[in-house]
Design a protein around this ligand. Sequence first.
Ligand code: SF4
Ligand code: SF4
Length: 170
Amino acid sequence: MDQIPYIKPEKLREFTNNRRQDFTLLFKKLKAKKPKNLDDVVHELHNEAFDQFDCLTCANCCSTISPVITEKDAERMAKRLKMKAVDFISQYLRIDEDKDYVFKQTPCPFLMSDNYCMVYEDRPKACREYPHTDRKRMYQILNLTHKNCEVCPVVFCITDELARNSVFKV
Ligand code: SF4
Ligand code: SF4
């Protein structure tokens, strides 16, 4: 995989839109065929990408989207901030259209100016797992992966690589 550059969210949206036809076809085929080696191929690209790309130079995810926050996440972060969970929820969270807790605002209230996370050790599970390209059964989250191309330079580059890979040629 080539060197991954930092790409601003507005540029990623434009690039993803320019590749919409290719990416849509790729994900449609992957959903239909569920290739046995899909996880292995994606995980290898994920490892290769994050070996060379430093999230501290990016923070697009923390700046533009909110993770889903579970009650356990909220309790853990509240404890760290020495707050009652109920106060933490009322100050920082709202319920979204899927009835999940998310942060009231983006950028995330815990994103610092140097792109470090103020609650890193106690961050939500969804933050730990983002951008999900190392999880098992990738075929289950292909729509989400397509959406994340607009946010995460690594996901965009992995998807671009998959679209060009002869195993999954579109
Ligand atoms: S809690 Fe931390 S890792 Fe999660 S979105 Fe906020 S700044 Fe980013
Ligand atoms: S996970 Fe993706 S969007 Fe988030 S900081 Fe890392 S490279 Fe950027």
